[in-house]
Design a binder for this molecule. Structure first.
Ligand code: ATP
Length: 553
């Protein structure tokens, strides 16, 4: 929008005009009369623009009616493809079941989720360090860990509808088809580890596995890591990386893929100090939605209770385990996930892994029902012990407090799939206004694009120059976007859809006042801020140090 002066019969008249595109041509259209003096015109234009913006916003975003919208997994998959989040891999060749490619927006979101996880679990703590192990390693690792022998599923095919899936051996006799309830035919055991050849000449090459989890290298490298990082119990070792499982029936978009990423921690304690969860961890009053093994066996509903109550009733055995459940749930909540969609479910006797004494899953209410989002197993000393025996290398470390060598135990192994976390954040952020336009309310910390910068009118060189300067300055720190095409409303809507939390618009007043409009995605609210303060304000908004409503005009 811009102000023009017209002279008629020796008198000046001021008008507010706007450039619009009609039939492929750009035309200027008068939208308001602004009076007879420049001062009056500028004042009226400012008020008018503000009203339009607010009006637009209410129209564009339905301001008061933006609500989370429940969508199906297929709807999410379609949206992700349309907006550049996730595509079926190599779709031009028909894709490959269980494999996905992350597009320009999705790869940013995925990276931000991993970075947020690393920051929270590694950089913000004194007791956890990270590693980055190999995807292909010595096969003895998987023999020793029990994966070759125990990491097996039973492949079944429905006799009626031919649906293929896997079942746990313990459930085989009672299981029916999850689609049509038909009788199942067992196709026998299968090991869901992918194999490959290492070495180019067949006779000299050896078989190796693609890792089915990231955790094992934490155990094989345990002594080196503990020594290098001078770790003292209790401590943890974290890792993020690709894992591969030859799932019999990959389905439900990213939920069950054959290639995925995991974010895992092994948290080690002195086995003689199992009850010593630090007092300052403040876990007592944290509320959990608990679905214990007993509740499942008795067909009861899950129950909300504080950690204190769950520990007193011995539903959760160890305070350390409760601590990790709180820590992991808090990570999701702090990044904007809806606590109402989470519960913790204890593994029943039959389903517990070979290594675990107690396992809790964090489950999320996916559109396909409550499903595992993250496993938190107590692995005891199983892994260090097994690798110690097989490799004949001691895994014991010195416990300074007792002056004795001990084999630490893993009191909790939080293991989370990046793609399942990705879906959770997408489902909880996916909102629409009354016009059914999508507003993706991702937390600014994980939003793919932190801010979009627009000149109000792309033909105005001065506005373009200022907007581009701001863009260049901001992109030194964040992934930001410059956009000058289409109406301002359309530019807002485009960014709302991909979760950009803030839009910054440069208009004529920016030239004189050296300020810009900053707009909040979640309610369309707008403020004027000095250009010199944009970076600092944005930093505070992204980190959550200030809320948008606290920005002074
Ligand atoms: P499920 O019972 O769903 O097959 P799991 O119990 O085998 O999962 P874990 O071995 O505990 O899974 O793996 C830890 C985490 O890794 C899971 O909670 C999940 O977030 C993720 N994960 C596991 N398998 C897959 C997969 N095929 N696709 C995507 N994520 C996965």
């Amino acid at each position: 929008m811009f102000i023009i002066k017209k002279e008629r019969n020796g008198k000046d008249y001021y008008y507010l005009r706007e450039s619009i595109r009609e039939d492929g041509k750009v035309k200027a259209k008068t939208i308001a009369y602004l009076g007879k003096t420049k001062k009056e015109a500028e004042k009226k234009a400012k008020e008018f623009k503000q009203k339009i913006e607010e009006g637009n916003m209410e129209e564009k975003t339905g301001k008061k009616t933006i609500e989370n919208k429940k969508i199906t997994i297929d709807e999410l998959a379609n949206f992700c493809k349309r907006k550049g989040f996730v595509y079926p891999t190599a779709e031009i060749y028909g894709g490959l079941a269980g494999f996905w490619d992350f597009g320009p927006i999705g790869s940013e979101l995925k990276k931000n989720i991993k970075d947020a996880w690393w920051k929270y679990h590694v950089h913000s703590r004194d007791d956890i360090v990270g590693i980055d192990g190999a995807i292909i390693t010595n096969p003895k690792v998987w023999e020793t860990s029990g994966h070759v022998e125990n990491f097996t599923d039973i492949a079944v095919v429905c006799k009626k509808c031919k649906n293929k899936f896997k079942v746990d051996e313990s459930e085989l006799k009672d299981a029916v088809c999850d689609k049509c309830g038909g009788e199942l035919e067992s196709k026998g055991k299968f090991v869901p580890m992918f194999t490959t050849q290492v070495g180019p000449i067949e006779e000299d090459s050896s078989m190796a596995y693609l890792r089915p989890e990231t955790a094992q290298l934490i155990f094989t490298d345990f002594k080196l890591i503990q020594d290098n990082a001078r770790l003292k119990l209790p401590f943890g070792i974290a890792q993020i990386g690709k894992s591969f499982r030859n799932e019999i029936a990959p389905r439900n978009f990213l939920f069950r893929s054959r290639e995925f990423e995991q974010m895992e921690i092994e948290y080690f304690i002195n086995p003689d100090k199992k009850e010593d969860c630090p007092k300052d961890a403040q876990i007592d009053n944290f509320e959990l939605n608990i679905y214990s093994a007993e509740m499942q066996e008795k067909n009861q509903e899950s129950e909300k209770m504080t950690i204190k109550k769950a520990l007193n009733k011995k539903i959760i055995a160890l305070p350390w385990h409760a601590y990790w459940l709180k820590t992991e749930l808090s990570w999701f909540y702090e990044l904007g996930a809806n606590p109402e969609n989470f519960r913790i479910r204890q593994h029943t006797k039959n389903e517990k892994s070979h290594y675990s004494t107690d396992t809790w899953d964090i489950e999320y209410k996916f559109p396909i029902g409550w499903k595992e989002l993250q496993g938190i197993a107590d692995r005891g000393t199983y892994d260090l012990n097994a690798h110690q025996e097989k490799s004949k290398k001691s895994m014991e470390i010195m416990d300074d407090a007792s002056g004795k060598k001990i084999l630490p135990m893993v009191v909790a192994e939080p293991s989370l799939g990046v793609e399942r976390a990705f879906m959770v954040f997408m489902f909880d952020a996916y909102s629409t206004n009354e016009k059914e336009e999508v507003i993706l309310k991702l937390n600014p910390k994980i939003a793919p694009i932190k801010a979009a910068i627009f000149p109000l009118v792309k033909k105005d060189k001065k506005l373009v120059e200022i907007a581009k300067d701001i863009y260049k300055n901001l992109r030194k720190e964040w992934n930001v976007l410059y956009d000058q095409s289409g109406s301002i409303g359309r530019r807002y809507a485009r960014n709302d859809e991909i979760g950009t939390p803030f839009c910054i618009t440069i208009d004529e007043n920016s030239i004189k006042n050296k300020d810009a409009t900053i707009r909040n995605r979640d309610n369309g609210e707008q403020k004027r801020i000095k250009i010199s303060e944009i970076k600092d304000t944005l930093r505070k908004l992204i980190s959550g140090e200030i809320e948008f409503k606290n920005i002074k005009n």
